[in-house]
Design a protein around this ligand. Structure first.
Ligand SMILES: *Cc1c(COP(=O)(O)O)cnc(C)c1O
Length: 375
């Protein structure tokens, strides 16, 4: 008799993630449908207050997505005369391309800087070396959910008079000494793309900041440049977090601490159990400083490892296969040589990671890794 193979371990089963809160999500959706107000209403105001309080900042402004959150921060600084077209923004060379796109969308110049090889996050020593006469800002990305070295970057930003902006799209809740991602820089952008640690059931994003003037500017820019109906002080855009997503996010925010803790527990098990000469597991974060949006291992034989895991019914992904400076969108950066970054993109592999990954699934991932043949 042939026994059926057990179902594959999915990379991330969003249906299941949201099924855990289905009753509350459906009640929240019903509340919005019945209220009859779908844009810029009470759900958004309530979510903005709750998310700001949770992050420990004065302001959160809901926007359409994470890319817009980052782009609107930079746009607001241009509107306020703090940044000017052609200014340089230091960005990590190994980030998701949205970090770069936010910079170039504002006719600012992204200057890629290589990461620390162990943490995947931008290297403060290299940041300082990259500062030139047109450098005006540093964009820190808390890649994979791990806080960048905000203390070192904050020191550099202060010494050189630069803005420090966080791309916190992967790091909701990552904390250091009681401070959370989104509260370290002058401003931060979050994404609520469904697969993020705090995920909507569609697109969404937010800007956080303690700066009242910046907050008011972003608030106007996301709504046609209008602070008052039919009065347009600036050439804004339409990028608002809608009532339905805000209501759903209010539900999911209440479970985020527990879900991040579950991710941290899975990461600890993975790190302790996956001991293999051809697989490098990520270094431990400072306690609470990593919320494990992704659990990224490295292997010189990455493609073979990926195929081996797939054969064992374990679905993995690569974040990211091609670095921004090698993308068709950035021919002007194609000449750069960024060896650490290029090697990382050849070696990284993201294992299944989700708050609701069961013990049996975690064990299957581990067993599949341990059975990867050593040549
Ligand atoms: C997801 C992500 C973004 C973009 O967020 P969207 O909501 O998809 O626009 C930006 N930066 C990083 C690091 C991300 O992971």
């Amino acid at each position: 008799m042939v026994t059926a193979a057990p179902p594959a371990v999915p990379f991330l089963d969003l249906r299941q993630v949201n099924a855990a809160h289905a009753d509350e999500l459906k009640a929240a959706a019903a509340r919005v449908i019945d209220a009859g107000r779908y844009v810029l209403g009470e759900e958004l105001s309530a979510f903005e207050e709750e998310f700001a309080a949770w992050c420990g900042v004065r302001h959160a402004i809901g926007v359409g997505n994470g890319l817009d959150a980052m782009a609107l921060i930079l746009r607001a600084y241009i509107e306020l005369g703090v940044l000017q077209e052609g200014d340089e923004v230091i960005v990590p060379s190994n980030t998701f391309i949205a970090s770069f796109l936010a910079v170039s969308a504002n006719r600012l110049v992204p200057v890629p800087v290589e990461p620390d090889d162990d943490t995947f996050n931008i290297d403060p020593v290299r940041v300082e070396a990259a500062i030139g006469p047109r450098t005006r800002a540093i964009m820190a990305v808390h890649l994979y959910g791990r806080l960048a070295d905000m203390q070192a970057l904050g020191g550099i930003a202060r010494r050189y008079g630069l803005l420090l902006i966080e791309d916190a799209a992967q790091a909701h809740g990552a904390a250091c000494r009681g401070r959370k991602a989104g509260s370290f820089g002058d401003a931060a952008g979050f994404s609520f793309y469904p697969g993020k640690n705090l995920g909507a059931l569609g697109d969404g994003g937010a800007v956080t900041t303690d700066d009242d003037i910046l907050a008011a500017t972003v608030r106007a820019l996301r709504n046609y440049g209008s602070a008052e109906k039919y009065r347009h002080a600036r050439k804004g855009i339409n990028s608002r977090l809608d009532e339905l997503q805000a209501a759903l996010l209010r539900v999911k925010l209440r479970y985020l601490d527990a879900e991040n803790a579950a991710r941290q527990g899975i990461a600890t098990v993975y790190r302790e159990a996956i001991v293999h000469p051809a697989i490098r597991t990520p270094v431990e974060g400072t306690p609470g400083g990593h919320v494990w949006h992704l659990f990224v291992v490295r292997s010189a034989r990455r493609d073979a490892l990926m195929a081996h895991l797939a054969g064992a019914g374990v679905r993995t992904l690569v974040h990211y296969p091609v670095p921004p400076h090698r993308q068709g969108a950035y021919p002007e950066l194609a000449g750069l040589s960024l060896p650490l970054t290029e090697r990382m993109h050849d070696e990284v592999l993201s294992l299944p990671m989700a708050p609701n990954l069961g013990g049996g699934q975690v064990e299957r991932v581990i067993d599949a890794c341990l059975s990867f043949p050593v040549p």
